[in-house]
Design a protein around this ligand. Structure first.
Ligand code: SAM
Length: 279
């Protein structure tokens, strides 16, 4: 096997989703760098793989990284895995990948499971453009500000969420994006209690709040982007107008944005009205 750092995707639930190439690389590597060695030991054991494990996470001291670089300097191979799915996608590895590349060694991705992509692929939401947001901030104020920043985004939005926060987050999404915006709950993908439900945010928030089983396990949320009714307003102008209209009466927000941009008040006001009708 060619020397380098192999970034290996592993299953997000169903072990049958491991790829043949992942098994080959994990078995043949000199070292498997893992986020949680106990967790990965169980995966390797399941497939009767005996490769040595090394703990590597974002806060690892430089010794772990030095060991990986030393192995590569000897012409060896290192496989990087996270607890589940694709490393670096809301998981550690970014610093390591950059440092390995900068030291002149190859980094080779092994494609495979990723919760965000699995959810999108079965969401029924537009997938031509999407924005992966990962985890929202845990604090309510910061989370709301992030959602407000995303309110006028037209690409489908994809989030990871912890089960104990899903009810609050759906409520905040409902308040920020409007009751009618379509969204998806993708829970326990590839596992026994897999749930995929797409519905307008008001219905989805009610469904999850009303059933404690939906507040368990691992969760991806996806939200349709804002439909573009008026392409003549730039995304920045739309964002500014929508944000000001959250704080001020619509006429005042319209006047301010007209002053700032030189656009007609009527065009701006009509845009706001359309947005309100669609939420
Ligand atoms: N690197 C992983 C990937 O490729 O999907 C994501 C790691 S991130 C630390 C873990 C989050 O991914 C979970 O909190 C959940 O939001 C999502 N996730 C992982 N497995 C999942 C599954 N089987 N079903 C739904 N969401 C999952």
């Amino acid at each position: 096997m060619e020397s380098g750092l192999y970034v290996v995707a592993t299953p997000i639930g169903n072990l049958g989703d491991i790829t043949a190439r992942a098994l080959d690389v994990l078995a043949a590597a000199d070292l498997v760098a893992a986020e949680d060695t106990r967790h990965t030991a169980r995966l390797l054991q399941h497939f009767s793989i005996t490769t040595s494990l090394l703990a590597y996470h974002e806060h690892s001291d430089d010794r772990a990284q030095a060991r990986i670089l030393a192995c590569l300097a000897d012409g060896g191979t290192v496989a990087l895995v996270s607890d589940a799915g694709t490393p670096l996608i809301s998981d550690p590895g970014y610093r390591l990948v950059r440092d390995v590349q900068e030291a002149g060694y190859r980094v080779i991705p092994l494609p495979g499971p990723c919760a965000a992509i699995a959810a999108l692929s079965a969401s029924g939401l537009p997938t031509d453009r999407f924005l992966f947001e990962g985890f929202l901030p845990a604090k309510a104020g910061a989370r709301l500000r992030r959602l407000q920043d995303l309110a006028s985004e037209s690409a489908t939005l994809v989030f990871y969420e912890a089960p104990h926060r899903v009810v609050e987050t759906l409520q905040a999404m409902l308040e920020t994006f409007g009751a009618q915006r379509e969204a998806l709950l993708a829970r326990e993908l590839s596992k026994t209690f897999e749930t995929l439900k797409r519905a307008p945010l008001a219905e989805l928030a009610g469904f999850v709040a009303g059933d404690s089983n939906q507040q368990r396990g691992e969760i991806v949320l996806a939200v349709a982007g804002q439909r573009r009714r008026d392409d003549s307003l730039s995304p920045d102008t739309q964002k500014l107008l929508l944000r000001l209209a959250q704080e001020l009466p619509a006429k005042r927000a319209t006047t301010l944005v007209a002053e700032l941009t030189g656009l007609r008040k009527k065009q701006l006001y009509d845009f706001l009205l359309e947005q309100r009708q669609s939420t």
